[in-house]
Design a protein around this ligand. Structure first.
Ligand SMILES: [Zn+2]
Length: 180
């Protein structure tokens, strides 16, 4: 059985090398919707796949990108310097921040978060099924496990700056994801 939880964030980026000149040459923003699909082989004691309240670290992760600049780590050093100089919140990531890149990055991290959630109410084997990232009202990109072969990176390649970290409600969640 599959359940879905929807998150939102307001994010800024440039998508280098894309076909649209406007998108590849200008800082601009989108109101993103992120759908997280979970599946399980059985229901918990409350006849749920997993109570959504257990997804607080997933929310913390996605909201790290809210009112942040998402910086591709392949940007030139002068662009990086300017982005860090003018923004308080910067997330530096190893994929270009297209909807596809976000979907793959989010699948990678949320899969680790889900794997580390302790089962407390008779849940079955809960797994991340897919992550769908809507950049506009009319289009989305969806990533699942089989798509992860499209990219190659590790958690160490994802960097949240202090402006983001200091606003985390649970300051330890990222350490826990890195040290399961
Ligand atoms: Zn865009």
């Amino acid at each position: 059985m599959i359940i879905r939880k929807k998150f939102r964030f307001e994010g800024a980026h440039i998508v280098r090398n894309c076909t649209s000149q406007r998108c590849r040459e200008n800082i601009h923003g989108h109101s993103y919707e992120v759908e997280v699909f979970l599946k399980s082989d059985q229901l918990d004691n409350g006849f749920m796949v997993m109570d959504f309240v257990r997804l607080n670290n997933v929310a913390e992760f996605i909201h790290s990108f809210d009112h942040s600049y998402t910086l591709w780590d392949k940007e030139t050093e002068d662009v990086k310097e300017a982005i860090y100089r003018i923004n308080t919140r910067v997330a530096e990531i190893p994929v270009s921040p297209s909807a596809e890149g976000y979907a793959l990055l989010f699948f990678f991290v949320i899969d680790l978060i889900i794997a580390n959630i302790s089962l407390v109410n008779g849940e079955g084997i809960v797994k991340l099924h897919a992550v769908r990232v809507h950049e506009t009202l009319s289009g989305y990109a969806e990533a699942s496990a089989e798509d992860m072969s499209l990219v190659r990176f590790t958690l160490a390649d994802i960097r949240f700056n202090e402006g983001i970290k200091k606003e985390w409600k649970d300051k330890t969640w990222w350490i826990k994801v890195n040290n399961p």
